[in-house]
Design a binder for this molecule. Structure first.
Ligand SMILES: C[S@@+](CC[C@H](N)C(=O)[O-])C[C@H]1O[C@@H](n2cnc3c(N)ncnc32)[C@H](O)[C@@H]1O
Length: 220
């Protein structure tokens, strides 16, 4: 049965059957979780290793699942600047990052990602200094993160966007009933997808796994 949003219309995103798209075969396991899926974490890990990424960024940490996957994949002298508006969730996952012996790679920064990325851009030494970035925070700002990250990630580097299908809503007719949040995020992601597909500065690979993952390689 479809979940409902606050205004009693189907929450299309929450009602997607992820059991046939991801490694975890029970929809119940996904209820209430904001973290990436295990297959997505594997993909991030493999991308980092294949590209030899060392200096990385993450926008949207939550309890640190994708952060841990990234930190484990990085070489011992690798770094990840991890940004989230809310430190409390990160603190829940931090003991596991420490237990895994990778805490020395993590530089957590609390606050709005737009501001933190601007702060990084203020130092020219950071321009093109990052090999890899993973974006999994507030969807309406993805297009702004994209412009910032294209200056921070080096030519040949990788930017990965999560949730780029938003439960399949991006392909639904505009009049389809859905919650206000789904509509707002769906419109934002649809706009992002159009811009990415037209962006000559990047090469794009859209994957229909998890909730949709878009991998961008910076060309110029
Ligand atoms: C989907 S969760 C991230 C999940 C995480 N990547 C994982 O795999 O476990 C989204 C996170 O983005 C954070 N967030 C939302 N808006 C933000 C913003 N403007 N700047 C930074 N973080 C933000 C939220 O606090 C939340 O922890």
């Amino acid at each position: 049965m479809a979940a409902t949003g606050g205004n009693n219309v189907p929450n299309v995103h929450s009602s997607i059957d992820s059991s046939n798209k991801t490694l975890l075969k029970s929809e119940a396991l996904y209820q209430g979780f904001m973290q990436s899926s295990p297959d997505e974490a594997q993909l991030l890990r493999m991308l980092i290793k294949l590209t030899g990424a060392k200096n990385t960024l993450e926008v949207g940490v939550y309890t640190g699942y994708s952060l841990l996957a990234t930190a484990l994949a990085l070489p011992d002298d690798g770094k990840i600047i991890a940004i989230d508006v809310d430190r409390s969730c990160y603190e829940v996952g931090r003991p596991y990052i420490e237990k895994a012996g990778v805490a020395h790679k993590v530089d957590f920064r609390e606050g709005p990602a737009l501001q933190h990325l601007d702060d990084l851009l203020a130092d020219e030494a950071n321009h093109g200094a990052f090999d890899f970035a993973f974006v999994d925070a507030d969807k309406p700002n993805y297009v702004k993160y994209h412009e910032q990250l294209l200056r921070l990630v080096r030519v040949g580097g990788t930017i990965v966007y999560d949730n780029t299908l938003w439960g399949g809503t991006v392909a639904l007719p505009p009049e389809t009933p859905m919650s206000k949040l789904d509509r707002r995020f769906s419109v934002a992601i649809r706009d992002l997808n159009r811009r990415l597909s037209e962006d000559k500065r990047i090469e794009v690979c859209q994957l229909a796994i998890a909730d949709g993952i878009t991998i961008c390689r910076r060309l110029v």
